[in-house]
Design a protein around this ligand. Sequence first.
Ligand code: ADP
Ligand code: MG
Length: 501
Amino acid sequence: MLLVSMVVYLSLVGMLSFNNNSTRYAANLQIPETPDSVITLYSGETVETGSIGDVFDKMQHPYTQALFRSIPLPGADKNTHPLVAIPGNFPLPHERPNGCNFGPRCDYFEAGRCDAADIKMSEIMGDDRHGARCLRFAEIDWDAPITIGEQKEKAPIGEVVLEMKNLKKYYEVAASALFGGGNTKVVKANETLTFQARESETLAIVGESGCGKSTFAKVLMGLETATEGEILLDGKNIEMVPIEDRETQTIADIQMVFQNPFDTLNPSMTIGRQIIRALEIFKIGKDENARRERMLKLLDLVKLPRAFAERMPRQLSGGQKQRVGIARAFAGGARIVVADEPVSALDVSVQAAVTDLLMEIQREEKTTLLFISHDLSIVRYLSDRVMVMYLGHVVELGSTDQVFSPPYHPYTEALLSAVPIADTSIEKKHIVLEGDIPSAMNPPSGCPFQTRCNWKSQVPDGLCDREVPTEQVLADGHHIKCHLDAATLATMEPVIKIAAE
Ligand code: ADP
Ligand code: MG
């Protein structure tokens, strides 16, 4: 199901696995972006097919259009071009409607016509093998602007709520399962994280799998305690207080939305009961009635029908379950929400809706959102600041504009070049990173990134091999951990270029 409705987007990403050089490409963070043709599938049928140029720029099927409107493209702005989610749900094979399968979710649906009989592919005259399964394609004004609902202004960014100072988290693991006995090795999952986060701010944390993103979240939540350094919540140290010793208020203040909504809900408890449980834990509401009332308000907040209170988790779709996860996170009036890949398990059309929901709640509640993601398109779209991690280090930290334009940390540059972009007007530089990410148990000497860095030869005297770089400040609030000097950094070119009209 996921695959079927993501096919346009995945035709780019999917190339990774179809290319004969796939492992090399995947390891090198390089994505070939020149498939010739695209197929959009919906509910088991091809609904549009054609060349990349035709399907991306002159689409002729409402579902292709809806998919493009639900993914953040570079240049998209959350205020002027918010993502538009596709209403409703995907029909299961036995629930397919008469006529057009997409009909019930289509903005252009015409009763009596679109639902009358099966619809055949029509060829789009003048294009090369471009076809669409839509009766109305010739009548639709494909260039009409998107009508968007009223947008709420984002609250201004406020006081510092959270501060991390030189936070370290090391894990001790047995050096060898075979020989065991006393020998331990250290995994440096987090090395000196230093940052602040403010009220109403979205700070994105990005980096490849294994770079320490979830570890940092666990230490913040109190699921692990720090090895060194400080975490200050409203100026109060919490880094050594495990969750069982934390005050209820602290627990309610810092909440988490998990990647996988499927295993965070209790399968044998109704949705309403699970939310009420959270309210009990946070000591909210004077009695059962008050908590029930608050639970219904939380369902309103996450835009789920109140009748869902009586449903079991298995009766909910992935996106709906994630909304319940969000409702629980906000049950105690959380001020800091750590969202660890909150939408990566969801279908693209649902991602837009859940992302939008998080931002809407943030505007209302002035939440500090720590948004952990490997999807730089979403990060660019929604965050105020970005923190880039590599092997436990923060290698770059700055405003979203600073991080997404040169000068970059060499690692950020490579990450950006790996972003799949479904937009033919965008030019992108391809950067090949040699080798794999080293193990956190056995990190390289000197700069953590030196084994894969393309810029290393620009730094004299083997400095990168010997010393961990200190952080340099490139501009106000823009920090990078790199030995490159300012003159070399200034020669960096943008990775993603929006072609001139
Ligand atoms: P990410 O979320 O960025 O993928 P993690 O924070 O989960 O990364 O992991 C960072 C590093 O710490 C990895 O090398 C991982 O194997 C290691 N690690 C995470 N948790 C533990 C643990 N409980 N014990 C030992 N090593 C761990
Ligand atoms: Mg993780």
